[in-house]
Design a binder for this molecule. Structure first.
Ligand code: NDP
Ligand code: MG
Length: 352
């Protein structure tokens, strides 16, 4: 793409003569839409909308997958008109991204309370029939979405939830007003700006050199184990959270740790999962499970984990009454973290 920095030429720190890559152009465009309400309103004219109802995304079934349908502004206005709603409701929508061709993507929840509508919640079954889809809880649908839709709908849900929960200023009690993109809310009485928040969570795969430690919470599906996870406490670094969580949950001391990757996670209400590998001190591998946090935890060998990675999620009880040992699905960062550990172990065991 041979665009120059024209879109942001008013900002002198962006000025340059080098052609911008498609990625940089797209990023600068999104930045502009967040900063400039008029530009964002204009982008709605040519943009597309993903619909939600009570934070459940509108989905259509295709083969064994869910697809997230998109609607133009015109289609959305027609739909709202059909259900006796004011088109002003579109002002509740939030910007969630854009294509490389600068088609802006928005999300709108038709089931949450709105200042633009007397009866906020549009009738769900009628709307599903009209839209030829169903509003399905993200928790149920996430693993049957392609990676792009999963990521976009997770972002959209977290942002819509945040706006729904921050309608009022916590200082003045007055209603807050969102900017068009939904990247912030402002209290008109004192100009306090509220920005969307997410909770940092560490997810740690502890190893003793040959085995890795996996755990279960009682709320997990039967048979599923995962790496240790925990919310960062205020004032903590990622390293401190990892050390504390491992000590709290399984009674072990971390000797070293290594950052792996991160992932936005929509549950419980928008978290930033920070995934790391950790090792424990040699000879100090005796697990003491904190039963207030975990149902159980255990060391697993490379072969056990490698076999479980190939197994698809299954709740089917075996004849002996137990459930097969399986791991979180591919989309979850815990799966990728465990997979990387298996691959590293495999490489290190190969003859030189
Ligand atoms: N993407 C992935 O691969 C994985 C993601 N996860 C996610 O990580 C999250 C954290 O793991 P988990 O082991 O439950 O965490 P913790 O070990 O920190 O325990 C959860 C408890 O911490 C308390 N808590 C502290 N701060 C928060 C906060 N900001 N939001 C909610 N609860 C808080 C709550 O206690 P109380 O209810 O008593 O107040 C909650 O029940 C999970 O919610 C899960 O969605 C977990 C594993 C894999
Ligand atoms: Mg935990």
């Amino acid at each position: 793409m041979f665009l120059y920095c024209g879109i942001a030429c008013r900002r002198k720190f962006f000025w340059c003569y080098r052609p911008l890559s498609t990625y940089v152009t797209k990023t600068r465009y999104l930045f502009e839409l967040k900063e400039d309400d008029d530009a964002c309103k204009k982008a709605q004219q040519t943009g597309v909308f993903y619909l939600f109802h009570g934070l459940a995304p509108l989905l259509q079934t295709s083969a064994h997958q869910y697809l997230a349908p998109r609607h133009s502004l015109l289609e959305l206005e027609r739909l709202l008109g059909k259900f006796g709603q004011d088109a002003q409701r579109i002002e509740d929508s939030v910007l969630i991204g854009c294509s490389e061709q600068q088609e802006a993507w928005f999300a709108l929840d038709l089931g949450l309370d709105s200042s633009f509508s007397i009866s906020a919640s549009l009738h769900k079954p009628e709307m599903e029939t009209e839209l030829k889809g169903s509003f399905i809880e993200l928790r149920k649908a996430l693993f049957q979405l392609n990676a792009r839709d999963a990521s976009m709908l997770s972002t959209a849900q977290a942002l819509l939830r945040w706006h729904d929960a921050h309608q009022f200023c916590s200082r003045s009690g007055q209603p807050t007003k969102k900017n068009v993109a939904g990247s912030k809310r402002v209290c008109p009485s004192n100009n306090i700006i509220y920005y969307p928040q997410m909770a940092p969570v560490v997810i740690t795969l502890v190893s003793d050199g040959t085995r890795c430690l996996l755990a279960r919470q009682s709320s997990f599906p039967k048979g599923m184990y995962s790496a240790l996870a925990g919310f960062c406490d205020i004032g903590e670094s990622v390293e401190e959270t990892i050390r504390r969580e491992v000590a709290e949950e399984v009674g072990l001391e971390v000797e070293s740790l290594q950052y792996y990757a991160s992932q936005h996670w929509p549950f419980p209400s928008g978290s930033l999962m920070i995934a790391c590998h950790a090792t424990v001190k040699p000879g100090q591998t005796e697990i003491q499970v904190n039963l207030r946090e975990l149902e159980t935890a255990a060391w697993f060998s490379h072969d056990e984990v490698a076999t479980a990675l190939k197994r698809k999620g299954s709740y089917t009880q075996q004849q002996n009454g137990t459930f097969p040992f399986w791991l979180p699905p591919k989309l979850a960062i815990s799966h990728q973290l465990i997979k990387e550990w298996v691959e590293k172990q495999t490489c290190s065991s190969l003859p030189a």
